[in-house]
Design a protein around this ligand. Structure first.
Ligand code: SAM
Ligand code: SF4
Length: 333
């Protein structure tokens, strides 16, 4: 019999990891995520309030969710974000709160975020040359991202992770500088394969620079990489330690090595739609329940329905693959 206090799908995957998108807005325009111009943002009234996010999280936590990741769009463009984090940190059962940010506004907010209870930070950094930053994000700002990384380290964030999306034709030149930077500053570096979630629908599999190609380049430049035993089976990254003891590198290979069989994630978009996969076509509307005077029991049922409907895998490599009609910034990465 299934334990009614947990969110378990038909394949037995237990969902304890909730990714909360707090906005679909962003201060830059990465080509793998957003359109460059004329972005259609959701009107503010459609975006969940902090009260709604906290209520939803409370219900999810009553079903075993204990890890949260705040994301977006760019979470730091949402006003008063530390207040939300403080409230989420006090939800019974929540033991880990992380955030993914592009880092541009991080230096300004990092103290307040830490004080509010944010435990972990992933900072996106696709390269170390301004030219690469501008080519990808179509805006300026690398200096501010680096400032944000150092500010976070200074005030005591530990285990900061850098996320680099790996794109053929762009990332090759950045692999070694990023590796060097991460080793020098004791930052964990993760390469993420480019997924078909760009708003302009230009993704093609030729642009996916695989984790194994990056691994070869790093080994050639530095020294062998030694696999680290996976402590948490649901962790998407395969982690490696440099044989000389300096630095850890992770590879998230959703395209070439899908990890769906151990997925423990569920998502809620900024306007309150639940999703059981980044590539889900269906959505479950939590906002409708909350704004329609619905009960927590109805939210529990919605959560269960959403998880029960989860497919075995994303199917990117299948000829029948259908892209979701939302891009990454509209889902929450
Ligand atoms: N704005 C924040 C940021 O960029 O870190 C948080 C949201 S962003 C959508 C979350 C992560 O998804 C980032 O690390 C970003 O690089 C990554 N990402 C966005 N689009 C992607 C894609 N098409 N394939 C792989 N990763 C992607
Ligand atoms: Fe903004 Fe993050 Fe998307 Fe880049 S990946 S456009 S920073 S939301």
């Amino acid at each position: 019999m299934t334990d009614s206090r947990i969110l378990v799908d038909t394949l037995g995957r237990v969902h304890n990891n909730l990714r909360i998108s707090v906005t679909d807005r962003c201060n830059i325009r990465c080509f793998y995520c957003m359109p460059n111009e004329n972005v259609q943002f959701k009107p503010r009234v459609e975006i969940l309030t902090f009260e709604e996010i906290v209520r939803f999280t409370r219900v999810a936590a009553s079903l075993g969710v204990d890890k949260l990741r705040i994301t977006g769009g760019e979470p730091l463009v949402r006003a008063e974000l530390p207040n939300l984090i403080r409230e989420l940190a006090s939800v019974p059962g929540i033991r880990d709160i992380a955030m993914t940010t592009n880092g541009v506004l991080l230096a300004d907010h990092v103290v307040a975020l830490k004080e509010a209870g944010l435990q972990r930070l992933n900072i996106s950094l696709d390269g170390l040359r301004e030219e690469t930053f501008e080519r990808i994000s179509r805006r300026q700002g690398l200096d501010r991202v680096l400032e944000g990384i150092f500010a976070a380290q200074r005030i005591g964030f530990e285990k900061i992770r850098l996320n680099a999306v790996a794109i053929r034709g762009i990332t090759e030149e950045e692999i070694v500088p990023l590796g060097e930077f991460a080793r020098q500053h004791e930052l964990e570096l993760r390469f993420i394969e480019f997924m078909p979630l760009d708003a302009e629908n230009n993704w093609c599999d030729d642009q996916v620079l695989s984790g194994s190609e990056i691994r070869e380049a790093l080994e050639e430049a530095f020294c062998p990489l030694v696999a680290i035993e996976r402590k948490d089976p649901s962790q998407p990254a395969s982690d490696f330690r440099f044989a000389d003891g300096i630095g850890v590198i992770g590879f998230i290979n959703p395209v070439t090595q899908p990890f769906c069989n151990a997925c423990n994630r569920l998502r809620i978009t900024a306007e309150g739609k639940m999703r059981n996969c980044l590539f889900s076509i269906a959505e479950w509307d939590a906002r409708e329940i909350m704004r329609g005077g619905g009960s927590d029991e109805q939210l529990v049922e919605l959560l269960r329905d959403c998880i029960r409907a989860k497919k075995p895998g994303h199917g990117i490599d299948s000829p029948n693959f259908v892209r979701p009609d939302r891009a990454m910034y509209q889902i929450g990465g």
